[in-house]
Design a protein around this ligand. Structure first.
Ligand code: KG4
Ligand code: ZN
Length: 330
């Protein structure tokens, strides 16, 4: 029996609708980014995000359905991200999904955004073996997850202060590089040919937890002492330090839990240095590494549809009187 799930993702600043068959086969995945709307403010403005989702959702939905070439009657379920995220933004997607579910007489499934990031892996590699270690690195979260089986997870490490993407964004803002900071720092570091500034690596104490706030402060302190330092040497040094910590801890988790596969997820997984070092370190250990395509690293509804498929099979429909939870955990 095959399944067809339509999912809506509006947890932050991407309005996305996707249709996925059997939890792995993507029929459409339309993503409308609000980055340009928020850039002048140097970060996501929650109220602006909610309004933009309201305006964009209808055309994104129509496009996703026509690209997938499906009718509402073909669907098995309608899913939406119900947390974590910005409450106003989440409610746009959740309310739309519940309304469609009622109108189309289909079950509604609420999906944890973080579980979505974990399921992005199976869109590209349905055969990927669990147990595995997945490192989720985005603007809102940074954690190492031991995926014991599909649907059963243990968060074995997480940040005690800033998320990795947040640190990229804050350092970029401090250096006057614009928003979002990750892609700019990535490009500058790639083009840089000199010796990167060495910054201390935070929390290299054998634990699987992260601290990025101190690394951001070391950049600020360094600039205060050496104001003439070129931005690209700082960007390259900061990125090298973050990537070093991320990959070292991820490999430590791979070894501790003895898994044969590992995966990256979240917006920071688009970082070229992280992708390279992660793949190389996995290869050196004979670990099957999945570095997802960039479209599956950043927020998208296809991963929500994939997770929604498994959630619906495991737990059935979500009650229509359930809402959204901004601080929902894995
Ligand atoms: O997962 P995402 O799209 O949104 C959430 O936070 O959920 O991640 C966005 C974050 C931003 O902080 C952005 O600066 C960072 O991902 N990012 C990057 C790169 N592309 C996006 N960080 C480092 N290198 C990149 N190439
Ligand atoms: Zn995300």
């Amino acid at each position: 029996m095959s399944s067809l799930v339509l999912a809506i993702e509006t947890s932050c600043d991407e309005t996305s609708v996707a249709v996925v068959a059997d939890g792995t086969r993507m029929l459409s995945n339309v993503v409308s980014s609000q980055i340009e709307i928020h850039a002048p403010f140097g970060g996501v403005v929650p109220e602006v995000a909610s309004r933009a989702h309201l305006e964009t959702l209808e055309p994104v939905l129509s496009q996703a359905m026509s690209e997938a070439n499906i009718e509402p009657a073909d669907l098995t379920a309608v899913a939406a991200t119900n947390g974590p995220g910005l409450i106003g933004a989440l409610l746009v997607g959740v309310t739309a999904a519940k309304t469609l579910a009622l109108a189309w007489d289909k079950p509604y499934v609420g999906v944890n955004h973080l579980e979505g990031h974990l399921f992005a892996a199976f869109l590209e590699r349905p055969d990927l073996q669990v147990p595995m270690i997945t490192m989720l690195v985005s603007g809102g979260h940074t954690s190492i997850v031991h995926v014991k089986e599909r649907g059963r997870y243990e968060v074995v490490g997480s940040t005690i202060d800033d998320a990795a993407g947040e640190a990229f964004d804050k350092v970029a803002r401090y250096l006057g590089l614009g928003y979002p900071g990750g892609p700019v720092i990535d490009r500058m570091a790639q083009a840089f040919e000199g010796e990167p500034i060495h910054f201390p690596r935070g929390m290299m104490d054998g634990s699987l937890d992260f601290s990025f706030s101190g690394m951001k402060t070391s950049v600020i302190n360094y600039v205060r002492k050496h104001p003439e330092t070129p931005n690209d040497a700082l960007a390259a040094g900061f990125q090298e330090a973050v990537v070093d910590v991320l990959v070292t801890k991820c490999m430590q988790a791979v070894e501790t839990y003895g898994v044969a596969s590992a995966c990256l997820g979240g917006g920071v997984a688009a970082n070229s240095a992280l992708r390279q070092k992660f793949a190389a370190e996995c290869a050196a250990r004979g670990v099957d590494a999945l570095v997802p395509a960039r479209q599956f690293c950043t927020d998208n509804a296809a991963m929500i549809a994939a997770a929604g498929h498994w959630r619906f099979e495991a737990d059935g429909p979500t009650a229509l009187d359930s809402g959204a939870t901004p601080n929902l955990r894995l």
